[in-house]
Design a protein. Structure first.
Lengths: 166, 139
């Protein structure tokens, strides 16, 4: 299996398996070589300003976060869990009502524990962005965490209250 | 209901994406707490499960917008200029709360800080700092 085939499989799993990504209808148009391009289709439920019909900034936030994560996976040889550490977004202009929004993310640096990503959201032309983003991700973020780990309180809180979380 | 209450309720009701996520808010005097009840459709990582980081960002941005609507009547909805989000802990399958603090509400720019938490307020799961372009009503 080539790297790009693996990235494509991860992208599909992240779009279909993540309930929020599925609810928003995310699709990955391109993935490979540390780059991912994702699309969110325009629809009335995701409007942020009812007076203008402009898509909510929060939807663009989620799309940029998701695209950035896929760009990190597209830069790694083997899959590892990742988690967003921080995300900075500049909103240049309102997205045009009625148009789908796209996000292109590039993981430009990968270290042993951190990945650095730049991303841009646009509706027609990447050179005329709706928003730009800069994000960092922690690698191997779920180290030692079993499926369902989040049903229990984190260790720091269990220690404080003496509860075992059972 | 106070004027601020009315502005808050009508603002959240009017935003389709706030309804899509299920964002609610309560006002006690001038102190507002926004709430995001856990629901399957806000999950990002189904294995843990964890709330999507983008949803937490969206929720905190909405909290800032709601707090601005409480603070002053606006001619139109504030426009987000930029946000900077820090993720501190995983969003567990629980209700998430958020409070915003307006550091400055100027004639054109508002600076807002937001903190989101679940069971323990002193252990926030995410924080946000945002800049907004505002148009407060003159009166």
């Amino acid at each position: 299996m080539s790297d790009n085939e693996q990235s494509r499989m991860i992208a599909t799993a992240m779009n279909e398996g993540s309930p929020q990504a599925k609810a928003l209808g995310f699709t990955t148009l391109e993935i490979g070589d540390s780059v991912a391009i994702l699309k969110v289709p325009y629809r009335p439920e995701i409007i942020g300003d009812p007076e203008t019909g402009v898509i909510a900034g929060g939807v663009v936030t989620t799309l940029l976060d998701h695209a950035s994560g896929q760009a990190v996976h597209a830069s790694m040889e083997t899959w590892t869990s990742i988690a967003t550490l921080d995300l900075r977004i500049d909103y240049m202009r309102a997205a045009e009502p009625g148009l789908d929004v796209l996000a292109r993310a590039h993981c430009y640096k990968l270290t042993r524990s951190v990945a650095f990503v730049r991303a841009v959201a646009y509706d027609r032309d990447p050179e005329d962005p709706v928003a730009t983003a800069q994000a960092t991700f922690m690698l191997d973020s779920s180290a030692g965490k079993k499926p369902g780990a989040n049903f229990k309180p984190p260790r720091e809180q269990r220690a404080k209250t003496g509860s075992t979380g059972q | 209901m106070s004027d601020a209450d009315t502005r808050l309720v009508s603002m959240l009701d009017a935003i389709p994406y706030a309804r899509f996520l299920g964002v609610k808010a309560e006002l006690a005097g001038d102190e507002m707490t926004a709430m995001l009840p856990f629901a399957q459709h806000i999950v990002g990582n189904p294995m843990l499960p964890a709330i999507h980081g983008g949803v937490l960002g969206a929720f905190m941005e909405m909290t800032a917008l709601a707090q601005l609507s409480v603070a002053a009547p606006m001619k139109r909805q504030p426009r987000t200029i930029d946000v900077s989000i820090e993720y501190l802990r995983s969003g567990r399958p629980l209700t998430t709360y958020a409070r915003a603090s307006i550091k400055k509400l100027g004639r054109r720019i508002a600076n807002v800080h937001v903190e989101a938490w679940q069971e323990t307020r002193s252990a926030p799961i995410a924080t946000m700092r945002g800049l907004f372009l505002v148009a407060p009503s003159e009166d």
